[in-house]
Design a protein around this ligand. Structure first.
Ligand code: WT7
Length: 650
């Protein structure tokens, strides 16, 4: 009954499109809480973004100060030219004087085991690993390293050790298959892979090093694999080094060398509109300024915060708001290796109470799953330590927003709905929690220094409530620098649709108050549970199966996951003997093996032909309608085969 009452209250609120002022108790203590002053900063920043970012560059330590803030060799930017810094030094060394005993990470395993690391301890571990990588393997600036690890402190230690010695890391989410890992290692020419023997999730053991072995057997550049053994009895092969033995004779200090502001800090592969993922290249100086500034302003960071961003470090959210943005500000974070609902639906709330988490940053998919599990799992916990909530990765539906606000935040925590991308490096559109009135479902307004707009097909600025493309008009410090080994694709993907504007790939509109409402991707990228997948990537995986002639993949709305994956497949043998059920199962497994289980299609529909235009292009719009169970709409007169899609069922 309780739930029903809540639901009707929620519906009323949504119908009235209510605006929520930042809760007074929050505003009182917020770092930024003077609306007039903030408005001036924001307006100035829109006129002169470079000036805003110059002032924020003070947040970090420069070993040599930059001479020029910004240079634009369109579309290739440089930020903080001639500046030198060491990102790991900024995250660790500079905090030691005042907070060496402060906790940097509270790690919790799925079984409830807890490990805490102070800034001093983290520093020492990073130094030992940095020393060993330099002295034993000769790794140096310009090299690259792959990280394929579960969410344990050693994964972060590996990132920071790479950053410290100037080696670009390329983290591959540990749910990706050996094929995906191999492709990414090869593209980035990695010399070493960091892994651990196993990971634990949903009570299951994940054999990570087994996947790494399959991947590196095909990678010429990989000389060594460094394995963090969680199980004493794990055996290693000749090219594999035992992490503990590798570091344990090493000094616990290391002198960090400064690198150029534009030195690549990391590569991160993400899906695009073609089959091959793109290696997004991020810088050192500009990236760190972007993540440090946005973390500080958007999460209203306080010395006493216990911050929990639930993302894995395999995604950009983990890079920026589990690691670099938070450490640069010297803040304590929680990291949790397991699944948020394992072994019970209240696990996430239990962890919040246990560690007194003040700030929770998670994805709408997770919020919807908790909501569906039922309020009784939340009511067992007080959640009284929470003061701020965040959402990221996909549009949050107003129902989920309201539930998050009332049930989790008890109407006293603002929600920051943060829009950004792997490419943007840091959050670009978000409320400032002590300032911005909130509208459920809107990421509200651009961050200072970010000039965002909505344009039509011709690149012309649109007025209130007119739907169009989300673009960014001025470069910003944490933006991607290029696509690794493929500057042409960088130009083509982001700078060719509209001259001089960064194309995000998202559709959106602004309302009469200048609030941005993001609808989702307008390209062939789909967003499943906040994870980005290219439809072409899944299609390539499907057609690599001997029984598939052709495949087209589309997203369909999914109440829980945002989008689900539907594949239309024309089989090679479409005769009477086709067992639709078993082939569907086989193909789903095939995709999971090829890419990773996050790409497993929800449904496979077999068809005799795919709907194509006379010029041979697959009509995706039509397939999208079919997948969503809608009537076929719009113009189909250009269709080659007017009988549309003949489904094979048995
Ligand atoms: C795409 C980027 C960096 C965030 C993690 C995903 C969608 C992201 C929001 C939001 C609506 C959002 C967009 C974007 N997205 N945040 N708050 N509201 N949509 O990073 O994998 O690079 O995906 O996620 O469609 O383009 P990503």
């Amino acid at each position: 009954m309780e739930t029903r009452r809540n639901n009707s209250a929620i519906e009323t609120v949504i119908k009235e499109s209510r605006v929520f002022s930042p809760p007074a108790t929050f505003v009182e203590k917020a770092n930024i809480n003077d609306p007039a002053k903030y408005q001036t900063i924001w307006e100035d920043s829109q006129k002169n973004p470079v000036h805003f970012w110059e002032s924020q560059a003070e947040l970090i330590d420069w070993s040599k100060k930059w001479t020029q803030a910004f240079q634009w060799n369109e579309p290739f930017p440089k930020w903080f030219l001639e500046g030198k810094l060491n990102v790991a030094q900024n995250c660790l060394d500079r905090h030691l004087e005042k907070k060496k005993n402060k906790i940097a990470y509270i790690w919790e395993g799925e079984d409830g085991v807890v490990k805490k690391l102070t800034f001093q301890e983290l520093y020492e571990e990073v130094c030992q690993l940095s020393n060993a990588l330099e002295s034993k393997l000769g790794l140096k600036a310009g090299d690259s390293a792959s990280i394929y690890m579960p969410l344990i402190p050693e994964a972060i230690i590996a990132m920071l050790a790479c950053a410290r010695i100037g080696v670009a890391h390329s983290i591959v989410f540990a749910g990706f298959s050996s094929h995906s890992l191999r492709d990414r290692i090869q593209d980035a020419d990695c010399k070493i892979v960091f892994t651990s023997d196993v990971g634990y999730r949903r009570g299951q053991v994940l054999e990570l090093n087994k996947t790494v072995r399959e991947a590196v057997s095909d990678c010429k550049t990989v000389k060594n694999v460094l394995v963090f053994k969680r199980n004493r009895h794990t055996d290693l092969q000749s090219n594999e080094l035992d992490w503990r033995e590798f570091v344990n004779d090493q000094p616990k200090t290391h002198k960090a060398q400064p690198f150029d502001s534009e030195h690549p800090l990391f590569y991160l592969y993400t899906s695009g509109t073609t089959g091959k993922p793109k290696g997004i290249v991020h810088s050192s100086g500009g990236y760190l300024v972007g993540v440090a500034t946005t973390a500080k302003w958007i999460f209203d960071l306080k010395e006493t915060d216990i911050f929990w961003c639930t993302a894995d470090i395999g995604w950009i959210t983990g890079h920026s708001y589990v690691v670099y943005g938070l450490l640069a500000n010297g803040i304590t974070s929680v990291i949790y290796e397991g699944a948020p609902m394992h072994p019970h639906a209240g696990r996430i709330w239990e962890i919040i109470d246990k560690h007194n988490v003040t700030t929770l940053y998670t994805a709408p998919t997770a919020i919807r799953a908790f909501m569906r599990a039922g309020d009784q799992h939340v009511e067992k916990y007080s959640l009284k330590s929470l003061r701020l909530l965040g959402s990221v990765g996909e549009p949050i539906n107003p129902e989920a927003w309201m539930w998050y606000y009332q049930m989790i935040g008890k109407a006293k925590c603002p929600i920051v709905d943060t829009w950004w991308q792997t490419e943007t490096g840091s959050i670009l559109i978000s409320p400032i929690p002590g300032i911005t009135p909130l509208k459920p479902g809107s990421a509200t307004k651009p961050f200072p220094g970010i000039v965002a707009d909505i344009v039509n097909e011709e690149g012309k600025s649109l007025g209130p409530n007119e739907g169009g493309y989300l673009v960014i008009r001025h470069p910003w410090p944490s933006m991607l620098r290029t696509i690794h080994k493929n500057p042409e694709r960088y130009k083509e993907s982001y700078w060719s649709k509209f001259k001089g504007l960064y194309f995000t790939g998202d559709g959106a509109h602004k309302d009469e108050n200048g609030y941005f409402w993001i609808k989702g991707r307008v390209d062939d990228v789909i967003n499943v549970s906040g994870h980005r997948l290219g439809t072409m990537e899944i299609e390539s995986a499907l057609v690599s199966h001997p029984r598939v002639a052709e495949a087209a993949v589309v997203g369909r709305p999914d109440e829980l996951k945002g989008q689900g994956i539907v594949a239309f497949v024309t089989p090679r043998d479409s005769g009477e003997t086709l067992d639709v059920k078993s082939l569907a199962q086989e193909l789903k497994n095939h995709v999971a093996n090829e890419i990773g289980s996050l790409a497993r299609p929800d449904e496979i529909k077999f068809t005799k032909t795919l709907p194509k235009t006379r010029s041979g292009k697959i009509m995706r719009r039509l397939l999208k309608d079919l997948a969503a169970g809608k009537e076929i709409s719009g113009d189909t007169t250009t269709l080659e085969n007017p009988s549309l899609v003949e489904l094979i069922e048995n």
